[in-house]
Ligand binder design. Sequence first.
Ligand SMILES: Cc1cc2nc3c(=O)[nH]c(=O)nc-3n(C[C@H](O)[C@H](O)[C@H](O)COP(=O)(O)OP(=O)(O)OC[C@H]3O[C@@H](n4cnc5c(N)ncnc54)[C@H](O)[C@@H]3O)c2cc1C
Length: 347
Amino acid sequence: MVDVAIYGLGVAGATLAYLASRAGFKVVGLDMSPVYRKACGDVVTLRGYTWELLRATGSLLNIVRRFEVRVGGVEVAYLDLGPVWAMVDKPKLVNTLRSMAVVEGARVTVGKGVPGAGVASIVVDARGPYAHNPGGSVLTVRLIAKARWEDDLALLDFDPANIGFYWVFPLGDGRVNMGSGFKRVGDGSLLKLLTLRYYRRLAGEDPVVLDVRGAPVAVEAPVRLVENGVYRVGEAAGLVSSTSGEGNRYAIHSAIALARAISQGRGVDGYRELLGGVLDEVTLSRLLLRLVEKLDPRASTKLLESLPREFWAYYFKGRLTRSTLARIARGEPYTLILSILRGLSTA
Ligand SMILES: Cc1cc2nc3c(=O)[nH]c(=O)nc-3n(C[C@H](O)[C@H](O)[C@H](O)COP(=O)(O)OP(=O)(O)OC[C@H]3O[C@@H](n4cnc5c(N)ncnc54)[C@H](O)[C@@H]3O)c2cc1C
């Protein structure tokens, strides 16, 4: 009998397939795509094991140090944080992890399936956003383009009316990853046009588009680590930030946590414990999204404009939890941050 059956070999599934087979488990992984190509902003926050994984797979492209935050085109924060983000060749990251899993003895097959308890001792849903109802997802489109851009600078520009943001991230070799995703825009062609128009306004010229791809982000998915006897990792577990769309780091961390829990013979409680602050970060992001949805665009704009530098530093470093937010609010008693906390406590 197979020890571990994994449905979906994206970031989380491929990491888990590699780690579980390396730990000596008999692993079978299934993915509907023989080659991983899914759209992404290609950012991995450099925390803990992400460095190791990027090095092992040779997928690191560039480092982002500087961050500019805009709201409706107007700069509200600029931060030089040092090496905080990695830009990665994400298809290379995932496809190399799949190959590494095979080298460790995993069997990888191509096909579409729905995970159900009983096919293996441990069954894992790693189908990413496709594990959820599309109603709770935001369609997001990214363009890879040749464009003039500073190669350590990331730009986020929030649009409170449509609930989402534009981004421009440097791939470091004269190419950028730019894109957009909004709760209130569900049309991929429109997102592509909006992104191109955005960049034209920003830079005064058109980029040379090399590739366009879109995919959903399950920003409203419930956080569930196990359901009906099936474990969940990555975005299938709801581990994606509702405010930044970040999911890669959570996918990696959840795969590592589950691989450890399995190796130590611990169940879902061990898995939950090993996930640590990740659950708090994601829960906070859900609450913040809910709060922003309740505000009108003018109030959201005011809120975003008033957030202190520390808020954005925690946000980009992937350290925005309920306790870090409370710490900022104590140090700088911004009325709007306190109103967030009040909103959270009554949510
Ligand atoms: C445009 C865009 C930009 C993004 N930018 C960033 C970013 O810059 N940084 C960041 O951290 N996150 C970003 N995200 C989110 C991030 O891409 C995901 O959260 C992350 O890929 C989740 O990893 P995962 O392994 O859970 O799922 P995925 O990487 O989505 O992998 C799921 C896998 O399951 C397979 N699959 C699905 N259904 C089935 C089935 N029925 N049977 C078999 N296989 C199946 C798919 O083929 C896929 O390979 C972005 C997302 C999008 C769409």
